[in-house]
Design a protein around this ligand. Structure first.
Ligand code: PAF
Length: 281
């Protein structure tokens, strides 16, 4: 695996690969890689000739009181995992390389829909940071296909919309959520769970599955289902952030006759905020 720390350094071999007619797949990450990230790389390998992974903990998408400085940086471990799976290129820029003019004056990419609800309501500015860095990464790598995990359902929807609105020539692929045996969605933030919390941390998934089973049985009282799921999470000792039954395309609250529905949720543990979702159609 070749490692690049600069935009210029990466661009040259990618241009050569493109001249050779290679199809380029891209997996953007913030590092601290676990099995779900490795599945994204494997998915990219299935449909591309060359796979680029990026590791960059993007300060622009973290709020002032969030975990940017304590976000785990595990570069050597990450490299070993990427080498083992046969990733071709790793792009690992530092802050100066990604934001040479500083964050304050950085031009931003704003998606005006779907960004101030759900996770966006609790994390103001988060999606602006995501769409800005992902646009930069797309411009740097110019991939034919980019793979994102479906756990970040809202992020995926926002990035799809941004790419469509800005005519970015990239195919965006969603990879299924990778889960632990008890249903907990894999996430770098699971590392913040205490030993006492971990056995109960699948509660978010349990409650989302409970809502799905209710809807499948014909219960369409969505506000009541959301309220009961929050109560379950609270009883398990966690603080619910939101539980929402949404239209999968618009992320607006689902209408009674909506068929394409996704149930999304977020909850706070003592040291982390976890998210999950399940789609039904
Ligand atoms: O999902 C993530 O890890 C990040 O939001 C992303 C897409 C790499 C942008 O920083």
């Amino acid at each position: 695996m070749q490692i690049f720390h600069t935009v210029q350094g990466l661009r040259q071999p990618l241009a050569q690969a493109r001249r050779e007619g290679k199809r380029i797949g891209f997996v953007p990450t913030m590092g601290n890689l676990h099995d779900a990230h490795i599945e994204l790389v494997k998915r990219a390998q299935q449909t591309n000739d060359l796979v680029v992974c990026s590791i960059f903990v993007n300060g622009l998408q973290f709020g002032l009181n969030e975990d940017w400085d304590k976000y785990p940086r595990t570069f050597e471990d990450d490299c070993a995992k990427l080498r083992a799976v046969g990733c071709d290129f790793l792009f690992h820029p530092d802050d100066k390389e990604m934001y040479p003019n500083g964050l304050d004056t950085q031009s931003r990419v704003i998606c005006p829909t779907m960004t101030d609800v759900l996770c966006g309501a609790s994390r103001p500015g988060h999606f602006e940071g995501v769409t800005t860095v992902v646009t930069k990464l797309f411009n740097i790598v110019q991939p034919d296909e980019a793979i994102f995990g479906a756990k970040d359902f809202q992020q995926l929807a926002v990035i799809r919309r941004m790419a469509e609105d800005l005519c970015v020539p990239v195919e965006i692929t969603a990879a299924p959520i990778h889960r632990e045996v008890d249903g907990l969605a894999m996430s770098s933030r699971n590392g913040y769970l205490s030993a006492a919390e971990r056995p109960r941390a699948n509660q978010l998934n349990v409650s989302l599955r409970w809502i799905v089973s209710q809807i499948e049985q014909g219960n369409r009282d969505f506000p009541a289902l959301e309220a009961e799921a929050k109560r379950q999470i609270d009883t398990a000792g966690f603080k619910p952030d939101y539980i929402s039954v949404c239209n999968s395309k618009t992320l607006e609250l689902a209408a009674q006759d909506d068929k394409d529905i996704t149930v999304l949720g977020a909850m706070y543990t003592s040291g982390a905020r976890l998210i999950d979702n399940i789609s039904l159609n």
